[in-house]
Design a protein around this ligand. Structure first.
Ligand SMILES: Nc1ncnc2c1ncn2[C@@H]1O[C@H](COP(=O)(O)OP(=O)(O)OP(=O)(O)O)[C@@H](O)[C@H]1O
Length: 247
């Protein structure tokens, strides 16, 4: 099987500054990859390049062995199978969970506001129920998203991504601001989302969380790959301790 995501000699430049500097890595289906590193290492920029938010200056980003993402626009990248969760949830608090999930199905194609009031068909309703179960919120479909806790809002947003059935799921600091219990549940959710048809990439500063979920860890430093491997080896690597963990 092809890699879910192949990053090949990627550079992203802002003016004369190289936020990503000739970076190569690949991520297999069925795995969770954590991307760690100090502030400014280029982690968010890497996700921005994958999703088309920041254009690559050089290099290739290949989805599923065939789709060159650097040639696509942001909505096309979503439709190609890349879902991204930003740190701050972008749910609609005035709508119910079900309406949020229904909307997520159409938002990638940038439909009109009128779509908000479209009534979902039976197939769509079934998908919404499955997603609500996956995120541990079965039976909550008709509740307002505005009443959710911080953690629940994050899970709803992950649910909104799942409506698109992404092959690559990108999560930017998914447990920032969460309680220990919410963090535990998020780790369980991510493990449940790790299927053979999907790859998950997580940027995170919570090393305990990374240790629990990551099959492999990529350490970035100044836009380049510092070290890659399993967390047990990465966390005792002297270079990683020097630039990141030991600080
Ligand atoms: N749009 C932009 N214009 C100019 N510089 C940028 C832009 N986006 C990011 N940078 C710079 O690129 C570098 C990498 O930033 P990035 O946000 O990718 O780091 P990070 O590893 O995600 O850091 P953090 O852990 O703080 O989120 C930083 O020096 C940042 O200031």
């Amino acid at each position: 099987m092809s890699e879910a995501l192949l990053i090949d000699n990627l550079s992203v430049t802002f003016g004369s500054f190289k936020a990503i500097n000739e970076l190569s890595l690949y991520i297999d289906y069925g795995t969770v990859r954590a991307v760690i590193g100090p502030n400014g290492a280029g982690k968010t920029t890497l996700l921005d390049a994958v999703t088309g938010k920041s254009p690559a200056t050089k290099g290739r980003i290949i989805l599923d062995g065939r789709t060159e993402l650097t040639e696509l626009k942001e909505p096309e990248i979503v439709l190609a199978g890349v879902g991204r969760k930003f740190q701050k949830p972008s749910i609609f608090e005035a709508l119910t969970l079900e309406q949020n999930l229904a909307l997520a199905l159409r938002s990638a194609s940038r439909s009109s506001i009128a779509e908000m009031f479209h009534r979902p068909g039976s197939e769509e309703l079934a998908r919404i129920q499955t997603v609500l179960e996956t995120i541990g919120m079965a039976g909550w479909g008709d509740r307002s998203a505005g009443i959710l806790s911080h953690g629940q809002k994050q899970w709803l947003e992950i649910g909104m991504l799942l409506m698109q059935e992404p092959r690559v799921l990108l999560l930017d600091e998914p447990v920032a601001g969460m309680s220990d219990e919410e963090t535990d549940r998020t780790a369980e959710l991510i493990m449940a989302l790790r299927t053979p048809e999907r790859a998950i990439v997580v940027i995170e500063h919570d090393m305990g969380f990374v240790e629990r979920i990551a099959d492999r860890v990529t350490v970035l430093h100044e836009g380049q790959l510092l070290v890659e491997g399993q967390m047990e080896a990465v966390k005792v690597n002297p270079r990683v301790v020097e630039v990141y963990l030991g600080r």
